[in-house]
Write a protein that binds this ligand. Structure first.
Ligand code: 16G
Ligand code: MG
Length: 539
């Protein structure tokens, strides 16, 4: 390592002294003006990680659903997964080292992690459409080059597209070709094959309105449009030509406000969906004939997909196990429906994709979705091999056709990360194949009314949780208080957890009516405020 060169280049990306940031649930995220040094240093760190794993590492510049002024960065590990936890700690140390200490901290990490500095390094870089992303991704490249890493800059891509590139490159092209063309080809081929025999020919079924949150999803859907145009026509809204990124639109807005996005013309019963700013989340929605808004969130997406997969498995008669992974935010009705009606096992993990992804890897077929629309389906290597073998060997036409469909589904899901584009194509294919309208899908079960609130406290880390964040451990007395409040309502449930992305404590409550869910959420917020050091206005 040429420490002089590192010191010299680092001075061009100086750290504002005293600034402390944390590699959170999905990387660093804050106001873009505070991130230049972080980007440079993540370029350095990516090189070390690449040398250590002898693999291509990804660096994505995005702040997802955050406001346009924010930005962020996250590293993508060799198989497209989120960065390993021990390296999250290295990332935090490196980002927070004061200017003069930085080269030493970098050396320490390479020693601790037993990095062979002679090893080659290769980094792929991507960015979203934020005005600050281009310059910040240049700072990442500066970091990569000063450590003599090789790189490829994919420029504007969705977060899941970058995960896909990393995965392809580390599996010698077996997973797909590491280009945008390769991504579109792979997905569209699987989609067209899966839907080619659909009986439904009515045009209305094949057209979908997409709210792109004024983000990268719009550009990439435009690029992909002609690949799938025979099977699906997408109409793009909030495509970034006028509005502000994530402002009053996009998956996060729609889910958290339970309202239609602005800038989208919705007629009654039309199928609509919303992406978030970096296109790794999707939720569906529609207006009914009375003009009421209906949200179809990640839980209902998981239900649709797992019932489809279960039917295919029954058809081919193979005993591959299937599991659904959710978080505490999953609506109680969805969990009940999955367990009691569909008879599939459901597991709960902590919030954050990496936790769900990890759990889903335990099954032959692991379906994971957060209620907020983040998720995918993972097939184990063994299950994939089995299915591909069946498509070749089966003689019974029906069973063979089912196996073939499963094979298309494997190719259609982005196995490296939750992906709004890939999820959208799977959902559209299932709706076509089953000839389901959005209302019929919505009617699978009724969501329990729920409410989410935020509480400001002096230090949110005073709240610690267990049981996949469903129970509070500290501060003492808070869980007992929540238990007492929950008892006062029917079909009720509530939990609180410190946010991993914002300086707040999040409160979730559900109950038999909206009024009761609201009132329970308010009462729990008050308990948090009183027992966990609330600041500002009393909730
Ligand atoms: C991040 C996570 C998302 C999670 C959210 C929770 C990834 C890629 N994203 O956006 O999965 O739902 O954080 O935010 O892991 P919170 O901790 O502020 O509630
Ligand atoms: Mg996102």
């Amino acid at each position: 390592m040429d420490l002089d060169a590192i010191t010299e280049y680092s001075a061009l990306h100086p750290k504002p002294s005293g600034l402390i940031l944390q590699y959170g649930t999905a990387g660093f995220r804050t106001k873009a003006e505070h991130l230049d040094h972080v980007m440079f240093r993540m370029g350095l760190l990516a090189v070390l990680r690449s040398k250590q794993t002898k693999s291509t590492i990804g660096v994505m510049v995005t702040a997802s659903h955050n406001p346009e002024e924010d930005n962020g960065v996250k590293l993508v590990d060799p198989l497209g997964e989120m960065l390993a936890p021990s390296w999250e700690e290295h990332a935090t140390c490196l980002a927070n080292a004061e200017e003069q200490d930085m080269p030493r901290v970098l050396m320490d990490i390479s020693v601790k992690a037993a990095v062979n500095l002679q090893q080659d390094a290769f980094i792929v870089i991507g960015r979203d459409t934020r005005p600050t992303s281009e310059k910040l991704s240049q700072s990442v490249i500066d970091g990569v080059t000063v450590l003599e890493g090789q790189f490829h800059d994919y420029g504007l891509v969705t977060t899941p597209q970058l995960h896909y590139m990393v995965y392809c490159r580390n599996t010698s092209g077996q997973y797909g070709e590491a280009t945008l063309e390769g991504y579109y080809q792979k997905l569209s081929k699987a989609f067209m094959e899966l839907t080619k025999k659909t009986l439904c020919s009515e045009d209305e079924y094949r057209s979908l309105k997409v709210d792109c949150a004024n983000g990268i999803g719009a550009l990439k859907l435009k690029e992909m449009e002609h690949y799938v145009s025979q099977g699906l026509s997408v109409q793009l809204f909030n495509d970034g030509t006028k509005g502000k990124l994530n402002h009053l639109c996009g998956a996060d807005f729609v889910k958290s406000h339970q309202k239609p996005p602005q800038g989208m013309e919705m007629k009654s019963n039309e199928r609509c969906c919303s992406f978030d700013g970096d296109a790794d989340r999707i939720v569906y929605h529609y207006l009914d004939v009375d003009g009421h808004f209906h949200l179809i969130d990640g839980d209902k997406i998981a239900t649709l997909i797992s019932s489809f997969l279960k039917e295919l498995l029954l058809e081919i008669g193979e005993s591959l196990n299937i599991g659904v992974v959710q978080t505490a935010y999953a609506n109680g009705s969805s969990t009940r429906y999955l367990e009691e009606v569909m008879k599939v096992p459901v597991y709960c993990t902590k919030t954050g994709v990496k936790h769900l992804h990890h759990k889903a890897q335990e099954f032959d077929i692991g379906v994971y979705f957060e209620a907020n629309g983040h998720g995918t389906v993972l097939f184990s290597k063994a299950a994939e091999t089995k299915i591909r073998q069946l498509t070749k060997e089966l003689e019974d036409e029906r069973r063979k056709a089912a196996a073939k469909m499963l094979e298309n589904v494997i190719d259609l899901f982005n196995q490296a990360a939750g992906d709004a584009i890939s999820d959208m194509l799977v959902i559209e294919a299932i709706l076509m194949l089953k000839d389901l309208s959005i209302q019929q899908w919505d009617a699978l079960y009724m969501d329990l009314p729920n409410r989410q609130l935020k509480v400001k406290v002096a230090d949110r880390q005073v709240i610690s949780t267990t049981d996949a964040e469903r129970q509070v451990v500290t501060p003492p007395g808070l869980q007992e208080a929540i238990n007492d409040l929950v008892k006062k309502y029917k079909l009720s449930r509530a939990f609180v957890r410190p946010s991993g992305t914002e300086d707040v404590v999040r409160v979730y409550a559900e109950a038999d009516s909206q009024e009761n869910a609201d009132s329970l959420a308010r009462a729990v917020s008050l308990a948090v405020f009183q027992l966990a050091g609330g600041v500002g206005e009393t909730p």
